[in-house]
Design a protein around this ligand. Structure first.
Ligand SMILES: Nc1ncnc2c1ncn2[C@@H]1O[C@H](COP(=O)(O)OP(=O)(O)OP(=O)(O)O)[C@@H](O)[C@H]1O
Ligand SMILES: [Mg+2]
Length: 326
Protein backbone atom coordinates (compact mmCIF):
# COMPACT_ATOMS: atom_id res chain seq x y z
CA UNK A 1 0.00 0.00 0.00
CA UNK A 2 1.33 3.45 -0.92
CA UNK A 3 1.51 6.45 1.35
CA UNK A 4 -1.22 8.07 -0.72
CA UNK A 5 -3.62 5.21 -0.15
CA UNK A 6 -6.63 6.25 1.86
CA UNK A 7 -9.41 4.73 3.90
CA UNK A 8 -12.10 5.68 1.42
CA UNK A 9 -11.99 7.63 -1.79
CA UNK A 10 -13.61 11.09 -1.94
CA UNK A 11 -15.48 10.00 -5.07
CA UNK A 12 -17.16 7.33 -2.98
CA UNK A 13 -18.45 9.97 -0.64
CA UNK A 14 -18.98 12.83 -3.08
CA UNK A 15 -18.30 15.40 -0.36
CA UNK A 16 -21.81 14.80 0.97
CA UNK A 17 -20.69 14.72 4.55
CA UNK A 18 -20.34 10.97 4.94
CA UNK A 19 -16.73 11.58 5.91
CA UNK A 20 -16.16 12.65 9.49
CA UNK A 21 -12.83 14.31 8.69
CA UNK A 22 -11.26 15.19 5.35
CA UNK A 23 -8.02 17.06 4.82
CA UNK A 24 -6.19 17.75 1.56
CA UNK A 25 -2.60 18.93 1.42
CA UNK A 26 -2.82 20.19 4.98
CA UNK A 27 0.42 21.82 6.12
CA UNK A 28 1.63 23.60 9.21
CA UNK A 29 5.14 24.62 10.15
CA UNK A 30 6.65 26.39 13.12
CA UNK A 31 9.64 28.23 11.69
CA UNK A 32 11.80 25.58 10.04
CA UNK A 33 9.97 22.84 11.96
CA UNK A 34 7.37 21.06 9.80
CA UNK A 35 4.63 19.77 12.09
CA UNK A 36 2.14 18.75 9.35
CA UNK A 37 3.56 18.00 5.92
CA UNK A 38 0.86 17.97 3.23
CA UNK A 39 -1.48 15.57 5.00
CA UNK A 40 -4.38 13.93 3.09
CA UNK A 41 -6.59 12.31 5.68
CA UNK A 42 -9.98 10.70 5.04
CA UNK A 43 -11.82 9.39 8.08
CA UNK A 44 -15.18 7.71 7.41
CA UNK A 45 -18.02 8.15 9.85
CA UNK A 46 -18.92 5.54 12.40
CA UNK A 47 -15.47 4.17 13.15
CA UNK A 48 -12.75 4.48 15.78
CA UNK A 49 -9.76 5.98 13.99
CA UNK A 50 -6.26 6.11 15.47
CA UNK A 51 -3.81 8.88 14.57
CA UNK A 52 -0.69 7.08 15.62
CA UNK A 53 2.82 8.39 15.89
CA UNK A 54 5.78 8.98 18.18
CA UNK A 55 6.31 12.12 20.30
CA UNK A 56 6.60 15.22 18.14
CA UNK A 57 5.00 13.52 15.11
CA UNK A 58 2.44 16.34 14.80
CA UNK A 59 -0.62 14.70 16.33
CA UNK A 60 -1.68 17.50 18.66
CA UNK A 61 -0.93 20.09 15.99
CA UNK A 62 -3.24 18.31 13.53
CA UNK A 63 -6.03 18.26 16.11
CA UNK A 64 -5.48 21.93 16.94
CA UNK A 65 -5.63 22.83 13.26
CA UNK A 66 -8.82 20.80 12.73
CA UNK A 67 -10.49 22.58 15.63
CA UNK A 68 -9.38 26.02 14.44
CA UNK A 69 -7.13 26.57 17.48
CA UNK A 70 -4.13 27.00 15.16
CA UNK A 71 -4.19 28.20 11.56
CA UNK A 72 -3.00 25.91 8.77
CA UNK A 73 -0.38 27.30 6.36
CA UNK A 74 -1.85 25.42 3.39
CA UNK A 75 -4.49 22.87 2.43
CA UNK A 76 -8.21 22.35 2.88
CA UNK A 77 -10.24 20.48 5.47
CA UNK A 78 -13.78 19.66 6.46
CA UNK A 79 -15.44 18.23 9.54
CA UNK A 80 -18.68 16.25 9.13
CA UNK A 81 -18.92 17.58 5.58
CA UNK A 82 -18.61 21.26 6.59
CA UNK A 83 -15.57 23.09 5.24
CA UNK A 84 -13.52 24.62 8.05
CA UNK A 85 -12.57 27.22 9.07
CA UNK A 86 -15.32 28.73 6.83
CA UNK A 87 -18.19 26.89 8.57
CA UNK A 88 -16.37 26.21 11.80
CA UNK A 89 -19.28 27.05 14.12
CA UNK A 90 -21.73 24.71 12.38
CA UNK A 91 -19.14 21.92 12.31
CA UNK A 92 -17.98 22.31 15.89
CA UNK A 93 -21.55 22.24 17.22
CA UNK A 94 -21.44 18.49 16.49
CA UNK A 95 -17.86 17.88 17.61
CA UNK A 96 -16.54 17.14 21.10
CA UNK A 97 -12.81 17.31 21.66
CA UNK A 98 -10.10 16.93 24.27
CA UNK A 99 -6.80 18.56 23.28
CA UNK A 100 -3.55 17.81 25.13
CA UNK A 101 -5.36 16.84 28.33
CA UNK A 102 -8.74 17.77 29.75
CA UNK A 103 -8.60 21.01 31.73
CA UNK A 104 -11.09 21.73 34.49
CA UNK A 105 -11.52 24.10 37.41
CA UNK A 106 -10.09 22.09 40.31
CA UNK A 107 -12.07 23.92 42.99
CA UNK A 108 -15.39 23.09 41.31
CA UNK A 109 -17.07 19.69 41.29
CA UNK A 110 -17.25 17.55 38.17
CA UNK A 111 -20.91 18.46 37.76
CA UNK A 112 -20.25 22.19 38.22
CA UNK A 113 -17.53 22.04 35.59
CA UNK A 114 -19.97 20.50 33.15
CA UNK A 115 -22.54 23.18 34.04
CA UNK A 116 -20.00 25.88 33.15
CA UNK A 117 -19.30 24.19 29.83
CA UNK A 118 -23.01 23.60 29.11
CA UNK A 119 -23.74 27.31 29.63
CA UNK A 120 -21.61 28.03 26.55
CA UNK A 121 -23.52 25.51 24.42
CA UNK A 122 -27.08 25.02 23.18
CA UNK A 123 -29.79 24.83 25.93
CA UNK A 124 -30.15 21.04 25.55
CA UNK A 125 -26.55 20.58 26.71
CA UNK A 126 -27.49 21.22 30.35
CA UNK A 127 -30.16 18.54 30.24
CA UNK A 128 -27.56 15.99 29.12
CA UNK A 129 -25.21 16.48 32.09
CA UNK A 130 -26.49 13.63 34.27
CA UNK A 131 -26.72 11.17 31.40
CA UNK A 132 -23.19 12.07 30.31
CA UNK A 133 -21.80 11.60 33.84
CA UNK A 134 -23.57 8.27 34.10
CA UNK A 135 -22.31 7.22 30.69
CA UNK A 136 -18.67 7.58 31.77
CA UNK A 137 -19.27 6.03 35.20
CA UNK A 138 -18.79 9.33 37.09
CA UNK A 139 -22.26 9.95 38.51
CA UNK A 140 -21.24 8.75 42.00
CA UNK A 141 -18.27 11.16 42.13
CA UNK A 142 -19.94 14.05 40.27
CA UNK A 143 -20.22 16.19 43.40
CA UNK A 144 -16.58 15.85 44.48
CA UNK A 145 -14.10 18.57 43.61
CA UNK A 146 -12.10 17.87 40.45
CA UNK A 147 -8.90 18.57 42.42
CA UNK A 148 -9.59 15.27 44.20
CA UNK A 149 -10.00 13.30 40.97
CA UNK A 150 -7.46 10.78 39.71
CA UNK A 151 -6.07 11.11 36.18
CA UNK A 152 -8.46 8.43 34.97
CA UNK A 153 -11.43 10.28 36.49
CA UNK A 154 -10.36 13.49 34.77
CA UNK A 155 -10.14 11.66 31.45
CA UNK A 156 -13.65 10.27 32.02
CA UNK A 157 -14.95 13.72 32.92
CA UNK A 158 -13.31 14.96 29.72
CA UNK A 159 -15.34 12.47 27.72
CA UNK A 160 -18.48 13.48 29.64
CA UNK A 161 -17.73 17.11 28.73
CA UNK A 162 -17.66 16.04 25.07
CA UNK A 163 -20.94 14.14 25.43
CA UNK A 164 -23.03 17.07 26.73
CA UNK A 165 -22.98 18.36 23.14
CA UNK A 166 -24.25 14.96 21.82
CA UNK A 167 -21.40 14.97 19.31
CA UNK A 168 -21.32 13.01 16.06
CA UNK A 169 -17.53 13.24 16.17
CA UNK A 170 -15.24 12.99 19.18
CA UNK A 171 -11.59 13.96 18.84
CA UNK A 172 -9.51 12.77 21.78
CA UNK A 173 -5.84 13.67 22.09
CA UNK A 174 -4.01 10.78 23.81
CA UNK A 175 -7.04 9.57 25.82
CA UNK A 176 -5.01 6.70 27.31
CA UNK A 177 -2.34 9.02 28.76
CA UNK A 178 -1.77 8.54 32.47
CA UNK A 179 -4.22 5.64 32.73
CA UNK A 180 -3.37 2.36 34.44
CA UNK A 181 -4.20 -0.89 32.62
CA UNK A 182 -7.71 -1.04 34.13
CA UNK A 183 -8.30 2.61 33.21
CA UNK A 184 -7.16 1.92 29.65
CA UNK A 185 -9.48 -1.04 29.46
CA UNK A 186 -12.42 1.12 30.59
CA UNK A 187 -11.50 3.90 28.15
CA UNK A 188 -11.28 1.38 25.31
CA UNK A 189 -14.73 -0.02 26.18
CA UNK A 190 -16.12 3.50 26.38
CA UNK A 191 -14.73 4.41 22.96
CA UNK A 192 -16.10 1.20 21.42
CA UNK A 193 -19.54 1.85 22.92
CA UNK A 194 -19.54 5.40 21.52
CA UNK A 195 -18.75 3.96 18.08
CA UNK A 196 -21.50 1.35 18.54
CA UNK A 197 -23.93 4.28 18.94
CA UNK A 198 -22.91 5.50 15.48
CA UNK A 199 -20.49 8.21 16.60
CA UNK A 200 -17.02 8.63 15.12
CA UNK A 201 -14.09 8.68 17.52
CA UNK A 202 -10.72 9.98 16.36
CA UNK A 203 -7.96 9.47 18.88
CA UNK A 204 -4.30 10.29 18.77
CA UNK A 205 -1.84 7.98 20.45
CA UNK A 206 1.76 6.89 20.58
CA UNK A 207 0.63 3.52 21.97
CA UNK A 208 0.58 1.15 19.03
CA UNK A 209 -0.95 -1.72 20.91
CA UNK A 210 -3.79 0.43 22.25
CA UNK A 211 -4.65 1.69 18.78
CA UNK A 212 -4.65 -1.85 17.44
CA UNK A 213 -7.02 -2.95 20.19
CA UNK A 214 -9.32 0.07 20.07
CA UNK A 215 -9.48 1.27 16.48
CA UNK A 216 -10.93 0.06 13.18
CA UNK A 217 -8.59 2.16 11.05
CA UNK A 218 -5.37 4.02 11.55
CA UNK A 219 -3.05 6.63 10.08
CA UNK A 220 0.58 6.20 11.05
CA UNK A 221 2.32 9.55 11.19
CA UNK A 222 5.96 10.42 11.56
CA UNK A 223 7.52 13.88 11.44
CA UNK A 224 4.35 15.38 10.00
CA UNK A 225 3.98 12.78 7.21
CA UNK A 226 1.35 10.09 7.01
CA UNK A 227 3.30 6.92 6.28
CA UNK A 228 0.31 4.61 5.92
CA UNK A 229 -3.42 4.82 6.49
CA UNK A 230 -6.31 2.46 6.16
CA UNK A 231 -8.41 -0.16 7.90
CA UNK A 232 -6.17 -2.15 10.25
CA UNK A 233 -7.02 -5.57 8.73
CA UNK A 234 -6.07 -4.24 5.27
CA UNK A 235 -2.78 -2.85 6.52
CA UNK A 236 -1.97 -6.10 8.27
CA UNK A 237 -2.81 -8.06 5.12
CA UNK A 238 0.22 -6.37 3.59
CA UNK A 239 2.61 -7.59 6.28
CA UNK A 240 4.71 -10.70 6.42
CA UNK A 241 3.70 -13.58 8.63
CA UNK A 242 5.74 -15.99 10.68
CA UNK A 243 5.15 -19.71 10.64
CA UNK A 244 6.10 -21.06 14.05
CA UNK A 245 7.00 -24.72 14.01
CA UNK A 246 7.66 -26.80 17.14
CA UNK A 247 9.58 -29.85 16.03
CA UNK A 248 12.36 -32.30 16.83
CA UNK A 249 15.92 -31.59 15.57
CA UNK A 250 15.41 -27.88 14.75
CA UNK A 251 18.84 -27.52 13.10
CA UNK A 252 18.23 -30.40 10.70
CA UNK A 253 14.68 -29.12 10.13
CA UNK A 254 16.15 -25.75 9.15
CA UNK A 255 18.50 -27.36 6.62
CA UNK A 256 15.66 -29.40 5.15
CA UNK A 257 13.47 -26.32 4.63
CA UNK A 258 16.42 -24.30 3.29
CA UNK A 259 17.09 -26.94 0.63
CA UNK A 260 13.57 -26.55 -0.82
CA UNK A 261 12.57 -23.66 -3.08
CA UNK A 262 10.15 -22.31 -0.47
CA UNK A 263 9.74 -18.51 -0.65
CA UNK A 264 10.79 -18.02 2.99
CA UNK A 265 12.42 -14.67 3.85
CA UNK A 266 14.26 -16.04 6.88
CA UNK A 267 14.37 -19.35 8.73
CA UNK A 268 15.52 -19.07 12.35
CA UNK A 269 15.99 -21.74 14.97
CA UNK A 270 13.99 -20.55 18.00
CA UNK A 271 13.66 -22.57 21.19
CA UNK A 272 12.39 -26.04 20.31
CA UNK A 273 11.59 -25.24 16.72
CA UNK A 274 11.73 -22.85 13.79
CA UNK A 275 10.38 -19.40 13.00
CA UNK A 276 9.88 -19.18 9.25
CA UNK A 277 9.10 -15.68 7.93
CA UNK A 278 6.95 -15.77 4.80
CA UNK A 279 5.92 -12.94 2.47
CA UNK A 280 2.51 -11.27 2.65
CA UNK A 281 -0.24 -13.26 1.00
CA UNK A 282 1.53 -16.63 1.31
CA UNK A 283 -1.02 -19.37 0.64
CA UNK A 284 -1.72 -21.93 3.34
CA UNK A 285 -0.65 -24.61 0.88
CA UNK A 286 2.87 -23.46 1.77
CA UNK A 287 2.23 -24.34 5.44
CA UNK A 288 1.17 -27.83 4.35
CA UNK A 289 4.32 -28.09 2.20
CA UNK A 290 6.50 -27.19 5.21
CA UNK A 291 4.80 -29.94 7.25
CA UNK A 292 5.21 -32.44 4.41
CA UNK A 293 8.93 -31.68 3.93
CA UNK A 294 9.62 -32.04 7.64
CA UNK A 295 7.61 -35.21 8.20
CA UNK A 296 9.03 -36.85 5.05
CA UNK A 297 12.49 -35.95 6.35
CA UNK A 298 11.82 -37.85 9.57
CA UNK A 299 11.26 -34.77 11.76
CA UNK A 300 8.49 -34.94 14.37
CA UNK A 301 6.19 -31.90 14.05
CA UNK A 302 4.41 -31.03 17.32
CA UNK A 303 2.83 -27.71 16.37
CA UNK A 304 2.66 -25.49 13.31
CA UNK A 305 1.09 -22.04 13.64
CA UNK A 306 1.00 -19.02 11.30
CA UNK A 307 1.30 -15.75 13.29
CA UNK A 308 0.37 -12.46 11.59
CA UNK A 309 2.62 -9.50 12.47
CA UNK A 310 1.05 -7.13 14.99
CA UNK A 311 0.55 -3.52 14.00
CA UNK A 312 3.47 -2.74 16.28
CA UNK A 313 5.94 -4.97 14.45
CA UNK A 314 4.53 -3.70 11.16
CA UNK A 315 5.04 -0.11 12.34
CA UNK A 316 8.62 -0.91 13.30
CA UNK A 317 9.21 -2.54 9.91
CA UNK A 318 7.95 0.57 8.15
CA UNK A 319 9.96 3.03 10.22
CA UNK A 320 13.16 1.01 9.99
CA UNK A 321 12.71 0.69 6.22
CA UNK A 322 12.32 4.47 5.99
CA UNK A 323 15.45 4.82 8.12
CA UNK A 324 17.36 2.60 5.69
CA UNK A 325 16.48 4.71 2.70
CA UNK A 326 16.88 8.09 4.39
N1 LIG B 1 3.39 26.28 19.45
C1 LIG B 1 4.46 25.70 18.90
N2 LIG B 1 5.56 26.42 18.59
C2 LIG B 1 6.63 25.86 18.03
N3 LIG B 1 6.73 24.53 17.70
C3 LIG B 1 5.67 23.76 17.99
C4 LIG B 1 4.49 24.29 18.60
N4 LIG B 1 3.60 23.28 18.76
C5 LIG B 1 4.21 22.17 18.28
N5 LIG B 1 5.44 22.46 17.81
C6 LIG B 1 6.37 21.50 17.18
O1 LIG B 1 5.67 20.78 16.19
C7 LIG B 1 6.04 19.40 16.21
C8 LIG B 1 4.81 18.56 16.44
O2 LIG B 1 4.37 18.77 17.76
P1 LIG B 1 3.04 18.11 18.33
O3 LIG B 1 2.80 18.65 19.69
O4 LIG B 1 1.94 18.27 17.33
O5 LIG B 1 3.46 16.57 18.37
P2 LIG B 1 2.69 15.33 19.01
O6 LIG B 1 2.67 14.28 17.98
O7 LIG B 1 1.39 15.77 19.58
O8 LIG B 1 3.69 14.90 20.16
P3 LIG B 1 3.41 14.25 21.62
O9 LIG B 1 3.26 12.76 21.39
O10 LIG B 1 4.65 14.55 22.38
O11 LIG B 1 2.18 14.88 22.20
C9 LIG B 1 7.10 19.26 17.28
O12 LIG B 1 8.36 19.29 16.67
C10 LIG B 1 6.87 20.47 18.16
O13 LIG B 1 8.08 20.88 18.74
MG1 LIG C 1 0.58 15.66 21.49
Amino acid sequence: MKSTDVVASPEQHGGDGSLAVETRGLAKRFGANVAINGVDLLIPRGCAFGYLGPNGAGKTTLIRVLLGLTRADAGTMSLLGHPVPKHRDVALARVGAIVDEPRFHGHLTGRQNLQVLAAAREPAARSRIDASLERVGMLQRADDRVSKYSMGMRQRLGVAACLIGDPELLILDEPMNGLDPAGMHDMRDMIRSLVAEGRTVVLSSHLLDEVQRTCDAVAIVDRGNIIRQGPIPELLAGTSLTLQVDCSEPDRARSLISSTNLAATTIDVEGDGLAITLPAGTSRDVFAEVARVLVTGGIAVYRLEPVQASLESWFLQVTSRLGDTA
